[in-house]
Write a protein that binds this ligand. Structure first.
Ligand code: BG6
Length: 483
C-alpha cells in the first residue's frame, strides 16, 4: 500500500514548525514508509520547487543540528504543492485530480491533515465529501483534525456531525499533541506494566492528585486566539483532561484504540458535573499582571491565563479523592507534572520535621525534565530517630540515549498505520467539553469568581495557595532541575 499525506494549510506555522520537521525526522530514522508522498495545499501560490526550498530552510531551522542535506534531498522529490482555496468548492476536485495523477491508480492510504484555521474544518470535511475524496474504494482515507475541536460542547457536536456526514468515526483522527508525548504514553506503562503501583492507586492510599501544566511563555502575539479561548479552552479541555483520564482510568483489556478510549470515556463520565454554585468554591481564575499590555489584548480583559479546578470523580476507585488541575502562562518554571499525593501513615510514631502534608508522593515529570520521582521518608543518619523526605529519581535522559522525539513523529506514523489510540474519539471530546462548559459559562458571567492577578514568574495568584491551604493541602511547586 502506498501513502499520501495531504496537508491543508500548507503555508502555515504548524506545517513548517512541526509537521514537516516530524516527517523529515521519520525519514532520517528510516521510519517513513518508502515512497510516501507529501502534498501541500493552501491559497498561497508555490511551484513544487519553491515549496520544497521554503521547507528545506524552515526544516533546517527547526531541526537544527539533526538537519542532513542528503536526507532532505531524498525526501524533497516526494514533496508536492497544489494551490487551493477551501472556500471555493472547485478546489477539491482539482486537488483530487492532482492526487489521482500522482497515485496513478495504485492502492494508497491517503491522510488529509487539516492544519488550517479551525473555521475551515467544516468546509474541508464538506469539500472532501462532495468531491468523493473520503470514499475508501482505492484504499483507506483518514482525516486528521487539529485542536481546537470546537469551542464548546455545541460547536464540537456540530463539527462532529459535519465530519460524520463525510467520514465514519474510524477515519477521523482528532489531535491532542500531548498524547504523542512519550511520557504521556508512559503513564500507561507505569500503571499497567508494573505490579507495585496499581494496588495503591486508589482512594485507600491516595489523598489527592495534582496535575499542573506551567508554562513560561506569555501570550505574545496570540491574543487573537487567546482572548476568546483562555486557559480552560486552551489547556484544560484537551491536554489536562487527557492527563487526568490516563491517570484515573481503569486498565483496558487490550492496548487497542477502542479499548483504551472506552476506559477514558468512562472516567470522564464519572466526573461530577460542576453546578454553577460550585464554581466559586472549586475553581480559581487568574491573569498575569502584564497580560493586558500584550498586543491586541483588551485593556479590561477578563481572560484567564491561570486556572485551577478541583474535580471529583464519582466511582469506587476515586470517591473522595480530589483531582486538582492547574495551568498557567508566564510562570518562571516550565513544567508539566502529575503529583500523586499519598495519605499519611495511619499512626506516626516518629518525630519528623516534615509538614503534615509531606506524606509519600509519586511525581510524574511529563516535561521538560522527563522522569519519575518517588518521595519517601528516611532516617537521617547519626541524629537519633530524626526523619527526612528523600527521593528516588528516575530520568529518561539518563537511562535512554537519543532524547525525546517530538510528539508529531509518533502521531503521524500512527495515522499512517491506522492506529487511533492516541487520538480523541468523538464521545471523548464531547464529554470533555461537557466538563469544561459549565465552568466556562460561570467564568464568563457576572457571578464569575474574582479574577486574581499574579506577577510574571509566580506559580499563579496567592489565592490559589490559600485555596489549597484551606483544604489542608499544598501545591507541589518545585521546579524540576534539567540535567
Ligand atoms: C497548545 C496551546 O495546545 O499547547 C498553547 O494552544 C500551549 O497555548 C501548548 O503553549 C503547550 O504545548 P507544549 O507541548 O509546549 O506543552
Amino acid at each position: 500500500m502506498e501513502n499520501t499525506i495531504v496537508i491543508f494549510g500548507a503555508s502555515g506555522d504548524l506545517t513548517s514548525r512541526k509537521l514537516i520537521p516530524a516527517l523529515y525526522e521519520l525519514k532520517r530514522k528510516g521510519r517513513l514508509p518508502d515512497g510516501a508522498r507529501i502534498v501541500g495545499t493552501s491559497r498561497t501560490e508555490f511551484s513544487h520547487a519553491a515549496w520544497r526550498e521554503t521547507l528545506a530552510q524552515s526544516t533546517a531551522e527547526f531541526v537544527g543540528q539533526r538537519f542532513d542535506r542528503k536526507v532532505w534531498d531524498e525526501l524533497a522529490p516526494s514533496i508536492f504543492y497544489q494551490p487551493g482555496d477551501m472556500d471555493s468548492p472547485e478546489s477539491f476536485p482539482k486537488l483530487g485530480d492532482f492526487l489521482a495523477e500522482l497515485e496513478a491508480g495504485r492502492a494508497t492510504t491517503r491522510v488529509y491533515y487539516l492544519s488550517t484555521a479551525p473555521r475551515f474544518y467544516e468546509a474541508a470535511a464538506r469539500g472532501l465529501g462532495a468531491a468523493g475524496m473520503a470514499a475508501e474504494t482505492d484504499g483507506p482515507r483518514r482525516i486528521v483534525i487539529e485542536k481546537p475541536f470546537g469551542t464548546d460542547l455545541d460547536s464540537a457536536r456540530a463539527l462532529n456531525r459535519v465530519v460524520h456526514e463525510t467520514c465514519a468515526e474510524h477515519q477521523v483522527y482528532r489531535i491532542d499533541h500531548y498524547l504523542g508525548k512519550e511520557t504521556v504514553s508512559n503513564i500507561l506503562a507505569l500503571r499497567f506494566a508494573n505490579t507495585i503501583f496499581e494496588p495503591v492507586w486508589n482512594r485507600n492510599y491516595i489523598d489527592h492528585v495534582q496535575i499542573t501544566a506551567a508554562e513560561s511563555v506569555t501570550i505574545g502575539h496570540r491574543a487573537g486566539f487567546y482572548e476568546s479561548a483562555g486557559v480552560l479552552r486552551d489547556m484544560f479541555q484537551n491536554h489536562l483532561l487527557q492527563l487526568f483520564t490516563l491517570t484515573a482510568m481503569e486498565a483496558p483489556a487490550r492496548l487497542d484504540a477502542d479499548a483504551v478510549r472506552d476506559e477514558k470515556v468512562k472516567v470522564l463520565r464519572a466526573v461530577r458535573p460542576m453546578r454553577p454554585e460550585d464554581v466559586g468554591r472549586d475553581t480559581i481564575r487568574g491573569q498575569y499582571r502584564t497580560y493586558r499590555d500584550e498586543p491586541n489584548v483588551d485593556p479590561r480583559s477578563q481572560t484567564a491565563t491561570f486556572g485551577a479546578v478541583k474535580l471529583s470523580v464519582d466511582n469506587w476507585r476515586w470517591q473522595g479523592v480530589p483531582f486538582y488541575l492547574r495551568s498557567l502562562k508566564a510562570s518562571s518554571c516550565r513544567t508539566t507534572q502529575i503529583v500523586i499525593q499519598f495519605r499519611q501513615p495511619p499512626h506516626m510514631m516518629f518525630e519528623s520535621d516534615a509538614r503534615p502534608f509531606d506524606a509519600n508522593r509519586l511525581v510524574l515529570q511529563i516535561q521538560p525534565a522527563e522522569g519519575i520521582q518517588i518521595h519517601f521518608m528516611t532516617k537521617v543518619p547519626d541524629s537519633g530517630m530524626k526523619l527526612r523526605m528523600t527521593d528516588l529519581d528516575f530520568s529518561f535522559r539518563d537511562q535512554y540515549a537519543g532524547g525525546m522525539p517530538e510528539a508529531y513523529q509518533r502521531l503521524l506514523l500512527d495515522v499512517l498505520n491506522g492506529d487511533a489510540s492516541l487520538f480523541a474519539r468523538s464521545d471523548e471530546v464531547e464529554l470533555a467539553w461537557g466538563i469544561i462548559d459549565p465552568i466556562q459559562r460561570v467564568w464568563e458571567s457576572s457571578s464569575a469568581p474574582p479574577l486574581a492577578f499574579y506577577a510574571e514568574g509566580d506559580w499563579g495568584p496567592a489565592v490559589s495557595s490559600q485555596w489549597m491551604a484551606g483544604q489542608g493541602r499544598a501545591w507541589f511547586d518545585l521546579c524540576p532541575v534539567l540535567h
